[in-house]
Write a protein that binds this ligand. Structure first.
Ligand code: AHG
Ligand code: MN
Ligand code: MN
Length: 350
């Protein structure tokens, strides 16, 4: 009898300690259907990409050719880091011959990358930002990868991937990997937001926080105040408000993934508004702002361009940008209230 109880306890402990990512996807979908198998396998591949990137980052300072710039620019006109190229290729490599994903679209590639041999089977597209916060790479500060999964619609016979130019409401799954003191993968398939921590001794992502709920309000505002005089007056109004009221504090890491992760757990708001030179801001809709907006909404928070929900924004091209205000419901609404007030004043003045 005693032995039976002991073995039961042991099983329970194992169960509790070892909820892996692929198992969690099945638990969430409550089926082993072909779609569930696909999604579980896709998440597993993304996790493998995360492990490979985390491994390289953890040794980058000791390796030849891992850090620094490549000397070229990407389609966005931004200087490319060697780690951007490596991480971009890792995602392609893990999905080749997987039968899972027909197209990959990334910040680092002008056009989607097709894996024709996968297309008859895997009618999914992976959209990703291979390294988010690349300016942090060379100084050993946190960076991330952002991903989104969409179902391919139509045959895309002309290879333009025009079906990707739809709103974020089309997302099947989204998430990010944060390469910090530990490597954490956060994902949602539309059933809450869940975090997994990489246990290096197992080489597995293990469930560490389930059904994360973003607080309705938080003390942090996270933005690059160096752009203060480039912003619209309404954003300056908001910043003046938080400067003049108690209970606010600034945090900005230079990597959206890290700043968002803090807000996901502790509340607050991250802003990357448009500037005079770039009215659409800097961040890209399909593989930066929409996936994080999907997570924010799933965790009870919000994401806005200032005038509409990010998830309703429709990109006019693959690398389209949007302003971003994301985080706790109350804090996003506060920023929006300053934008609405200035636009009321502008209408009244006409
Ligand atoms: P990426 O490295 O993918 O180009 O993204 C960088 C983004 C984002 O991670 C961060 O929040 C923001 O750029 C920082 O921009 P600023 O240096 O203009 O503040
Ligand atoms: Mn980025
Ligand atoms: Mn990037």
């Amino acid at each position: 009898m005693v032995e039976a109880y002991e073995s039961l306890d042991y099983e329970y402990a194992l169960d509790h300690d070892c909820t892996t990512l692929s198992r969690h996807v099945f638990q969430q979908l409550q089926t082993f259907s072909a779609d569930a198998q696909d999604l579980s396998a896709i998440m597993n591949r993304i996790a493998l990409a995360g492990k490979l990137i985390a491994r390289r980052l953890s040794r980058a300072g000791l390796m030849e050719g891992a850090l620094g710039f490549t000397g070229s620019e990407n389609v966005q006109g931004e200087s490319v880091k060697k780690m951007d190229v490596y991480a971009n290729e890792v995602f392609i490599a893990v999905f080749k011959q997987s039968g899972l994903v027909c197209r990959l679209a990334s910040e680092e590639m002008e056009k989607p990358y097709y894996i024709p041999e996968n297309c008859p089977l895997g009618r999914y597209t992976l959209l990703y930002d291979p390294i988010d916060g690349s300016s942090n790479v060379d100084i050993n500060i946190n960076v991330g990868s952002i991903f989104a999964v969409r179902q391919q619609e139509g045959d895309d016979l002309d290879g333009t991937a025009s079906d990707l130019l739809q709103s974020g409401r089309k997302l099947i799954a989204a998430g990010y990997i944060l390469y910090g003191p530990s490597t954490v993968l956060v994902y949602s398939i539309g059933k809450g937001v869940h975090a997994f921590t990489l246990d290096p001794s197992l080489g597995e992502f293990i469930l560490s926080s389930e059904n994360i709920q973003m607080p309705e309000h938080g003390p942090v505002y996270s933005t690059n105040e160096g752009n203060f005089w480039q912003w619209d007056e309404s954003i300056r109004d908001y910043i003046r408000y938080v400067h003049r009221h108690e209970g606010y504090t600034a945090r900005y890491s230079g990597a959206l993934v890290g700043d968002f992760h803090r807000i996901l757990f502790q509340g607050g708001v991250f802003l990357y508004p448009g500037t005079v030179k770039k009215p659409e801001g800097k961040l890209r809709l399909l593989y930066e702002t929409a996936p994080l907006a999907f997570l924010a909404e799933q965790a009870g928070g919000r994401a806005s361009t200032g005038t509409q929900d990010i998830l309703d924004a429709v990109p006019e091209k693959l690398h389209a940008r949007t302003p971003l205000i994301i985080g706790s419901k109350e804090d996003v609404a506060l920023v929006e209230s300053f934008i609405q007030e200035r636009s009321r004043q502008a209408i009244a003045a006409h």
